[in-house]
Design a protein around this ligand. Structure first.
Ligand SMILES: [Zn+2]
Ligand SMILES: [Zn+2]
Length: 134
């Protein structure tokens, strides 16, 4: 159910990719980790259950990819627990910010800037295209 985007600047060649939402679980250290899709990619993930979704976003401030939690369930749920329907399970309030620098507008697809994201290198608009869904 994730979408993969490529963002590219026609003028200077700056480019990056973003994708999401992806399922995550809380690992033994209490940190969000990739759950796998469509099925758990490890026994650890499967037994932990899905804690929510993250986006593989791009921080324009740090100029690199960051994983940002988008939705988080109050309690971890199972793979087949209707995870995609909003409101099916109680959720925590999450703030979508870069976990590394606190920037409030990490990029995922056309969020949060809309169609035109200014290129951090030259200021022209980045072109955003969908690569695939999976
Ligand atoms: Zn950042
Ligand atoms: Zn550029």
């Amino acid at each position: 159910m994730a979408t993969f985007w490529r963002h590219e600047c026609d003028t200077c060649g700056y480019a990056f990719e973003t994708s999401g939402p992806h399922e995550f679980f809380m690992d033994a250290d209490g940190k969000p980790a990739d759950y796998g899709h469509p099925l758990a990619k490890s026994h650890e993930a499967e037994s932990a259950g899905i804690s929510g979704f993250y986006g593989r976003m791009w921080c324009l401030n740090l100029d690199r990819s960051v994983d940002v939690v988008i939705r988080e369930f109050v309690h971890a749920v199972g793979r087949y627990d209707d995870i995609w329907s909003p409101g099916a399970h109680p959720e925590k309030t999450v703030e979508i910010v870069c976990p590394d620098c606190g920037d409030g507008s990490p990029v995922m697809g056309d969020l949060p800037h809309g169609e035109s994201i200014p290129c951090p290198k030259c200021g022209d608009d980045l072109i955003c295209t969908v690569i695939k869904w999976s």
